[in-house]
Design a protein around this ligand. Structure first.
Ligand SMILES: C[S@@+](CC[C@H](N)C(=O)[O-])C[C@H]1O[C@@H](n2cnc3c(N)ncnc32)[C@H](O)[C@@H]1O
Length: 706
């Protein structure tokens, strides 16, 4: 099951988009270097075709000003006609032949070169060396090099925001569709420039689109035989119903392929679930796939055999699930980040539930090879290899032209759906049905996704990111942190063991409370190389303590370190005559060191937050950690106030609390830094040098020093 998708070219953009969006939300600005790196990653993920298309759109919109000559025609190489429209194959100045593109005549202003081409005719053909195949990667690198002078001026989101619907094929823009001249244009160029969303024409068009989508929705529901309905929504752009797409309910075999539909065996059970061992499933050598509630009980990769039309059991049999159709109401919606249409659920889905079947044309491997090349060229993929039979894969499902709602389901590296091969009335091992089940509980409104590349472990459910985070947290919570504080009163123990309990949680903060620190905004414009030297100035991080009437001015703490001294002093005042002994001095040193480190962690964490970490959750936790420190600070003041007022000195308790809070804080920071490191590693893949810079930072920070 390793290569279900032929020539899959889809990489997940979600990470980059989420990252930038989260940054925007928190008013964080990426450094120019980081931005450039993300642009590079985005271009790489989009591939040269789509990347060029989006860049051209930005050029058209005037958001990018190429230096003069960037899209200058160097030579006209070839000419063709398509549906009455004339096209020329252009070699662009300063771009390699890999970027040669077919352009409609109307786009060209180089009359001299056109004349010269026609005079020269086909006698003196332009020659270029295409013996060395130019990789997509190197073409992306070339585009990136051209964008480089605009350092920081173009962002991944900006790039994706101009991505537009692809209707059956691709519109041709100036300097687009770099085919290296190998494919001739098949599609007419799009008419005119995109409409201004505020214009009357746009609104009028929108009304038409909504009407067309409504009609399409009615049409889909009339054809669909599934028990649950389909809704169509587009609140994003002017994309109407897709052209060249026919809704079907079952596989549509291409000419020459026959899908058998008469199983030789069926079961005779009264109750299949109670009679698992004798049921047809076990006879087929597999496990009973479902619980009584019809949810999955088998691991990813297990073949599913359902009771078939020869079986005696009725539709209520727990072993009839996929064959009863989709029971979950879904919506085909327009994504906001350049991924075209997507599918979301309109109701909660429990883990292990059948969601939808992947249907399409069943084609031969030879035909799949051909179509794969085409899909590859237009940067889309709908091919699903039915290679469940030990590598033997005579058939592929193509949902590109014929399909159901699953045609619109997008890819994710952390998907919520899992693919299973299901055999019902067709028991041919090379012709399973493809069913998508939920990998976890899915909330109403969540987009449904599956991993096109099917790269995960085929025997065990791969842990979700969420699970990984939980494991990481559990790891930290498990390890007791021993804090030794030698300066303890007798009887209280010479060491204080601070262990975080499972249920020890940081105070809940609402996202808007995050703003209160202001630290992130301070470092908005800095980049990795100019993280300022750290100093521990309490007023930068903590509240100004309340002034005490009875307090001597020199006792007003300026920093946490000072605060500790006050606590010590307060201790001494409680026990006059006791000199500061070696233990106390040592204890004080440890104390100071801990406070310094905690503050450094907080400041570093905040700076990281400003640079790379954009998770709102992290910011909340950071603020919460600071709050814990502030709270202990307040406690220290309170106890100090009590002691100076001659009341029962609570300073030990206070110090204990303080220590506990600090330890908690340290752990949390260590946890989040490690988490950040993991996240960054996950995003890094094969990124260039900036990754190393980041990793160095993270490695330093992730090393527990206390
Ligand atoms: C099976 S279709 C999914 C529906 C598609 N979005 C549409 O509008 O028809 C697969 C195509 O959607 C796009 N796509 C799907 N998942 C994506 C992702 N995570 N990031 C970027 N593009 C994606 C790619 O163009 C891919 O070839």
């Amino acid at each position: 099951m390793e290569d279900e998708i032929k020539d899959a070219q889809v990489s997940c953009l979600s990470g980059i988009i989420d990252l930038q969006r989260a940054c925007q939300k928190q008013n964080l600005k990426l450094s120019a270097e980081t931005n450039q790196y993300l642009v590079y990653l985005t271009l790489k993920k989009l591939g040269p075709f789509v990347a060029q298309k989006l860049i051209s759109k930005l050029v058209e919109k005037g958001e990018i000003n190429w230096e003069d000559g960037h899209w200058e025609v160097e030579q006209i190489i070839d000419h063709c006609e398509d549906e009455g429209e004339e096209y020329y194959l252009i070699k662009w100045k300063d771009w390699s032949n890999a970027h040669n593109s077919w352009e409609p005549k109307a786009n060209l202003e180089c009359t001299d070169l056109l004349e010269e081409f026609h005079v020269r005719g086909t006698k003196r053909k332009f020659e270029y060396d295409d013996s060395v195949p130019i990789s997509k990667r190197s073409r992306v690198d070339e585009i990136f090099q051209k964008l480089k002078p605009m350092k920081g001026k173009i962002s991944p989101l900006q790039l994706l925001s101009v991505s537009s619907p692809v209707k059956g094929g691709k519109p041709i823009f100036k300097g687009l569709i770099a085919t290296g001249g190998k494919y001739k244009p098949k599609y007419k160029p799009s008419a005119g420039k995109p409409l201004n969303p505020r214009s009357k024409a746009y609104k009028q068009k929108k009304v038409e689109i909504i009407k067309a989508l409504k009609e399409w929705q009615v049409h889909l529901n009339a054809i669909s035989t599934d028990p649950a309905g389909i809704v169509v929504e587009n609140n994003i752009d002017l994309e109407g119903p897709p052209e060249n797409f026919v809704y079907i309910n079952d596989y549509k075999p291409m000419e020459g392929i026959i899908i058998p539909n008469d199983p030789l065996v069926g079961c005779e059970c009264d109750s299949c679930l109670d009679n698992k061992k004798k049921c047809c499933v076990t006879q087929c050598g597999s496990e009973f796939a479902y619980y009584k509630n019809k949810r999955l009980r088998v691991l990813k990769g297990t073949p599913i055999y359902e009771c078939n039309k020869r079986c005696k059991c009725g539709p209520e049999c727990p072993n009839r699930v996929v064959q009863l159709g989709r029971k979950c109401k879904l919506s085909i919606f327009r994504t906001i980040n350049g991924r075209g249409w997507g599918v979301k659920t309109l109701q909660k889905i429990k883990k292990g539930s059948f969601v939808v079947e992947y249907v399409g044309e069943v084609i031969t491997d030879v035909e799949a090879e051909k179509r794969g090349k085409y899909y590859d060229a237009v940067g889309r993929t709908y091919l699903f290899d039915l290679d469940y039979n030990d590598g033997d894969c005579p058939y592929t499902v193509d949902a590109g032209y014929y399909g159901n709602v699953s045609h619109f389901i997008n890819h994710s590296c952390d998907p919520n759906l899992e693919v299973f091969g299901v055999w019902i009335n067709t028991l041919d091992p090379t012709l399973p049905r493809i069913a998508l089940f939920s990998r976890r509980d899915i909330e109403k409104g969540e987009e449904l996704t599956f991993d096109y590349m099917m790269t995960g472990d085929t025997t065990n459910q791969p842990p979700t990111l969420d699970q990984v985070e939980k494991d990481l947290a559990a790891e930290f919570l498990k390890t007791p942190v021993l804090q030794t504080y030698p300066d303890m009163p007798e009887g209280e123990g010479d060491s204080l063991e601070v262990t975080l309990e499972e249920n020890d949680t940081l105070p809940e903060l609402k996202p808007d409370e995050v703003k209160e620190t202001g630290d992130a905004a301070d470092s908005n414009d800095s980049n990795d190389s100019n993280i300022p030297e750290l100093s521990i100035e309490s007023d930068e991080v903590f509240d100004e303590p309340p002034k005490l009437e009875t307090q001597k001015s020199e006792l007003i703490p300026k920093s946490l370190t000072d605060q500790y001294r006050i606590v010590c002093q307060c201790e001494r005042e409680k026990k006059p005559g006791i000199e500061e002994n070696q233990n106390q001095i040592k204890g004080k040193a440890i104390w100071n060191e801990q406070i310094d480190k905690a503050s450094t962690q907080i400041k570093y964490g905040t700076q990281l937050g400003a640079h790379q970490e954009t998770s709102n959750e992290l910011k909340i936790k950071m603020t919460a950690a600071k709050r814990i420190l502030r709270k202990s600070q307040r406690q220290a003041y309170a106890s100090q106030r009590e002691s100076t007022a001659g009341k029962n000195c609570e300073s030990f308790k206070c110090r204990q609390n303080f220590l506990k809070s600090l330890s908690k804080c340290n752990e949390k920071h260590h946890f989040y830094n490690t988490k950040l490191l993991k996240l960054m590693e996950k995003t890094a893949e094969d990124g260039p040098s900036i990754m190393n810079i980041w990793q160095e930072h993270f490695q330093q920070l992730a090393t527990p020093t206390y």
